[in-house]
Structure formats: C-alpha cells, structure tokens
Design a binder for this molecule. Sequence first.
Ligand SMILES: *Cc1c(COP(=O)(O)O)cnc(C)c1O
Length: 221
Amino acid sequence: MSVNRSNYEKIIGELTPSKTTLVAVSKIKPLSDIQTLYELGQKDFGENYVQELIEKAEALPTDIRWHFIGHLQSNKVKYIAPFVHLIQGVDSEKLLAEINKQGKKNNRIINCLLQVHIAQEETKFGFDADEVSALVNKITSGGSVFDNVNICGLMGMASFSDDMQKVKSEFETLSELYKTLQSSIPSFNTLSMGMSGDYELAVECGSNMVRIGSLLFGVRN
Ligand SMILES: *Cc1c(COP(=O)(O)O)cnc(C)c1O
C-alpha cells in the first residue's frame, strides 16, 4: 500500500478549523511513503520503535518533527534524545528522570507527554489518573525537579471497541483530567488522543493532537 492522498487531504481539512495537530504514524512503513507525505506538507511523524526511528531520521529531511509514540525503555532514551521532538508515552517517573538526564547531556529541553491509562484493557502502559495527579503535584511543589524536560500534556489510547459510548466516556475522562492539571501546570498545551478509528470523536472530546497511521498509509501487516 502507498500513501492515501485523498484521506490525507480529507483529514487535514477536518483538523484545520480546530487547529488539531496531525501526527502521521509511519511505523513499519517505508521511507518512500514518509517522503511522499512530507512533500504534501506533512511535518509531524510518529514512530514506535527506537532503532527504526533512528534509521528513518538519518535518511529523511531534518525539519521533520519526530514523535516517539511507543513504549520507551529507559536504556534507549539516549539514542533519540539528541533529536526527538516529542516523547508521547512517558509512563513512569523513572523514565521521566532518564529523559531529563539525557536532555541535560544534549543541552536541550525535551518535550514529553504523560501517558494515562484510560482503556479498560489491562495491557496498556501508562499512569492511572491518581498516579499522574500525584506526579504533577510532586513536580509543581518542587518535590522532583526536571529542568531538561517540558511536560506539555497528556496522551491516551481508548479501548479497541465498537462501543463508541465507551470510547467517548474514556476520552471525556482524559479530557477532564487534562483540564484539571492544566490549571496547575501552565506548560500544558497538548492533549494527544485519537487514532484512525476514533479521531473524530477524540477531537469532539477536546483532543488537539491525533495520531493516525492506517488511514494514511494503509493497514499494517
Ligand atoms: C500505531 C499507533 C497509532 C496509529 O494507529 P492507527 O489505528 O493505524 O491510526 C496511534 N497511536 C499509537 C500509540 C500507536 O501505537
């Protein structure tokens, strides 16, 4: 499968009025597909695997903003710290501390989103609402100092379900949490939720960043 240009244009048209950022999820897809979408004007791309991200970043234009959206192991942060634009799946304080350390080494401030577990499925990574609130309180009260990370907001994935009522209530829960935390962390400006199957609903519920793969690049094997 190659890039679905008409879906891309449709999605951009839908997201532009609400200024929602589209992250094109290019995991497992070839360089040529990313290049094609880049030439249509797309600058934000999301990857799930460290090694794949490094290889793609080396080969492709340097003004691409690379989002790491997968589960990141602490010992791999160092490989992406020099260039990554946004690490979306921060799911522990330990990982945040390592990103901070690597940010310092690279003399940069690394943008991060805290991943919140909103789906009922047990396997998803992330903080629960109480844990994320506790971490934010700890940081805002000076209990943990991370000078080389910029915590921009939250990221979440809803259940894989046809029950749109359920998906909607998960998005609303995350959106409420985001608004609550935003009042204590002024740097919060990003709520990343919504994928190919549910992005319209996510935007209705307050998302301002969607991560879309299969609608743009075709289904993954
Ligand atoms: C793969 C992936 C996506 C994109 O999924 P699609 O259903 O193909 O749009 C979005 N977010 C995360 C975290 C992913 O791993």
